[in-house]
Design a protein around this ligand. Structure first.
Ligand code: FO1
Length: 325
C-alpha cells in the first residue's frame, strides 16, 4: 500500500520510522516541513529534515530526538570561547551535515537533490522530500513581537505567548519535485503526530491543501492545489495526549490561541481534510465527538517510547487505512 506521510520534527520522525520498518521503500514517501530552516553561523540548517533522516538512518540522538547519537561538542565549545552565538547546539557530526549542505546549495544544487544524496550516504532507503526547494520561513507572532521560528523555539524556549503564525514565502514556493506525484499516487496520506500549527500547516500551505473550513484562510478546494490531493484516505495521528504534548509547544500554542488543547482540537484543526483520526486511549472519551466531525476514529496507544511502540502504532495506522479502502 502506497503511503505518503507529512512530518515535522521529533514526533513525526518517530512515526515515519515506524512506517519505514513495515513498508517497503517504494511504498513510503515522507514530505518534511522546511519552515523551521534557518541560517546560523553562515550555515544552512534544516532541523526537521535532519531529524527525519537521522531517525530513519538510526543515527538520531535517542535522548533529544534531534541531532546525532554519540555526539561530541568540540566545535561548539570552541565557538563559544570565540564569542560566537551558542544558543543553538550544533554537535561535531551534525555540523558536517550543515557544512556540506551549505557548500552544495552555494554550488547551485537543490535541497531535494542534496537530501537524496545524503539519504543514500546514510543508508535511508525510503524517499524523504523537503516540502519545497525554495525558502519558506515560519514566523511566530508573539506578544513580544514577531520571532523567526528557531529564535522562538530554541533561543526563547517557547516562552513568549503566541498570537499567530505566518509562513513567509509559502505562497510563491513551489512544492519540491516528487511531492505532487507522491500525494496523487498515494492510497493514503498520513499526517504524523507533529505540531499542527508550525510543522504540518506550512506543508499544507505550500502544497495548497485545504485546511478546515472552520479555519480561515482556506486556500483551495480539495484536489485543486498546487500539489493536488488524491481522493484517497487521509489520516492524522494526534500529537496531543490527555491535553498535553509529548514534546514541544503544541498544547501551549492551542491554549494561547484560546483553544482548549485536546485530541478533539487537533481533529477540528484539520477538519474536512481528514477521513480518519488516530488518538490515544487516554482520550477515548472524545471518540464520539471526533466521529461527529465526519471522520473514522482509531483509539490506541500513540505514545512512542520504544522502537516496538513506533512499529506497533505504524501497523495499527496501516490496518486502519486498509479497513477504509
Ligand atoms: N532544539 C533545541 O531545543 N535546542 C537546540 O539547541 C537544538 C539544536 C538543534 C540542532 C540541529 C537540529 O537539527 C535540531 C536542533 N534542535 C534543537 C531541534 C529543532 O530546532 C526543533 O526540534 C525543531 O525545529 C522543531 O521541530
Amino acid at each position: 500500500m502506497r503511503i505518503t506521510a507529512l512530518a515535522g520534527g521529533v514526533g513525526g520522525a518517530k512515526l515515519a520510522h515506524g512506517l519505514a520498518q513495515i513498508l517497503p521503500p517504494e511504498d513510503l514517501t515522507i514530505i518534511v516541513n522546511t519552515g523551521d530552516d534557518f541560517e546560523h553561523l553562515g550555515l544552512y540548517i534544516c532541523p526537521d529534515l535532519d531529524t527525519v533522516c537521522y531517525t530513519l538512518a538510526g543515527l538520531a540522538n535517542p535522548q533529544t530526538g534531534w541531532g546525532r547519537a554519540n555526539e561530541t561538542w568540540n566545535a561548539m565549545a570552541n565557538l563559544k570561547r570565540l564569542g560566537a552565538p551558542d544558543w543553538f547546539n550544533l554537535g561535531d557530526s551534525d555540523l558536517a551535515t550543515h557544512i556540506e549542505r551549505t557548500r552544495r546549495l552555494k554550488e547551485g544544487q537543490t535541497l531535494s537533490q542534496i537530501t537524496r544524496d545524503f539519504c543514500k550516504a546514510w543508508g535511508v532507503k525510503h524517499t524523504v522530500l523537503p516540502m519545497s526547494d525554495q525558502p519558506v520561513r515560519t514566523i511566530v507572532e508573539t506578544e513580544e513581537g514577531d520571532l523567526p521560528f528557531q529564535e522562538y523555539f530554541v533561543h526563547r524556549k517557547c516562552e513568549p505567548r503566541v498570537k499567530g503564525f505566518r509562513f513567509e514565502g509559502a505562497d510563491v514556493a513551489e512544492p519540491a519535485p516528487g511531492t505532487r506525484e507522491a500525494l496523487q499516487s498515494a492510497e493514503a496520506v498520513v499526517i504524523c503526530p507533529s505540531n499542527p500549527w508550525v510543522s504540518i500547516d506550512p506543508i499544507l500551505r505550500v502544497l495548497s491543501l485545504t485546511l478546515s473550513p472552520l479555519r480561515p484562510p482556506s486556500p483551495l478546494p480539495l484536489g485543486e492545489g498546487k500539489g493536488g490531493w488524491g481522493e484517497g484516505v487521509r489520516v492524522a495521528v494526534s500529537p496531543i495526549i490527555g491535553g498535553q504534548t509529548v514534546k514541544g509547544p503544541a498544547a501551549k500554542m492551542f491554549s494561547e490561541l484560546g483553544i482548549e488543547p485536546s485530541a478533539l482540537a487537533v481533529a477540528k484543526h484539520y477538519g474536512a481534510l481528514l477521513t480518519g483520526f488516530v488518538m490515544d486511549e487516554t482520550d477515548a472519551q472524545l471518540r464520539e465527538e471526533v466521529r461527529g466531525l465526519n471522520m473514522r476514529v482509531l483509539v490506541t496507544n500513540t505514545l512512542m517510547q520504544s522502537l516496538d511502540d513506533r512499529m506497533q502504532l505504524a501497523s495499527e495506522v496501516v490496518n486502519f487505512i486498509r479497513e477504509a479502502i
